[in-house]
Design a protein around this ligand. Structure first.
Ligand SMILES: Nc1ncnc2c1ncn2[C@@H]1O[C@H](COP(=O)(O)OP(=O)(O)OP(=O)(O)O)[C@@H](O)[C@H]1O
Ligand SMILES: [Mg+2]
Length: 233
């Protein structure tokens, strides 16, 4: 059977390449020992990236480098057409405040204060309203008036996720965001973050020990033998 190639190719529209938000090249970093060498990584609009790896392999360190918090010993991080660590500290602080949503491994909530007060602090800094829908999606709406110190670890984790997402960041950096959560709640939290990046053309960089969580991301890597190796889950 003849196939009309010219007709077939005329109707084929190649998918538009997604734009990069952040491009890291040749990153190396050591503390007492070399954590990683020559790591290249891109985060595109709407894209989610997971990094797995044993404890101490340098996952949090890599996240800190990408998220404006730590200058790498070698390599560069391109963001918004400029290299992050070539900007002055005022610029860097501005980017961190406006564009980066960093969910830390230890979540740094203000322990003597209520959930609402913790969220209000971010809402004032970011000049964004507290988003009730987000709180309902993360299942912490009912906890607004409780002192964060009285919440379970998993509830505190979700408050810290809400606090970061409320500012509508261009990039979410999440360090073990589902570490204290049961399977269903972890799935719900992933749903919230993945739909957010799709709807806002944002990017997600997530460090996790949970292969199920990593498998929901567009790309999963393992930090192993000082390299970032793509893995299929
Ligand atoms: N500021 C620092 N000064 C000195 N050493 C550090 C510093 N930050 C991290 N390290 C060391 O670097 C190594 C990697 O730490 P990192 O927190 O990046 O690991 P990780 O892969 O996130 O581990 P985990 O899964 O336990 O969170 C560890 O040995 C840690 O002690
Ligand atoms: Mg870590």
């Amino acid at each position: 059977m003849d196939i009309n190639i010219s007709k077939a190719s005329a109707s084929f529209i190649p998918p538009r390449e997604k734009k990069n938000i952040l491009v890291a090249s040749h990153l190396s970093h050591a503390f007492d020992y070399t954590l990683f060498e020559n790591v290249d990584l891109e985060i595109k609009e709407g894209q989610s990236i997971a990094v797995l790896g044993v404890s101490g392999s340098g996952k949090s360190t890599l996240l800190h480098i990408l998220a404006t918090l730590l200058k790498p010993q070698h390599g560069r991080v391109l963001y918004d057409k400029q290299y992050l660590y070539e900007r002055d500290s005022k610029d860097l602080l501005e980017i961190r405040r406006k564009d980066m949503g960093i969910i830390f491994q230890s979540h740094y909530l203000f322990k003597g204060f209520s959930v609402r007060e913790n969220l209000e602090i971010s809402s004032i800094i970011a000049n964004k309203k507290i988003d009730d829908i987000l709180l309902k999606d993360l299942n912490i709406y009912e906890n607004l008036e409780q002192n964060v110190a009285d919440l379970s670890g998993g509830q505190q984790q979700r408050v810290s996720i809400a606090r970061v997402m409320m500012k509508k960041p261009r990039l979410i950096f999440a360090d073990e965001p589902t570490g204290n959560l049961d399977r269903q709640t972890a799935d719900d939290v992933m749903d919230v973050m993945l739909s957010y990046i799709q709807e806002n053309k944002a990017g997600l960089f997530i460090v996790t020990h949970d292969e199920r969580v990593a498998s929901r991301c567009d790309i999963a890597y393992r930090l192993k033998d000082k390299r970032l190796v793509p893995v299929i889950l």
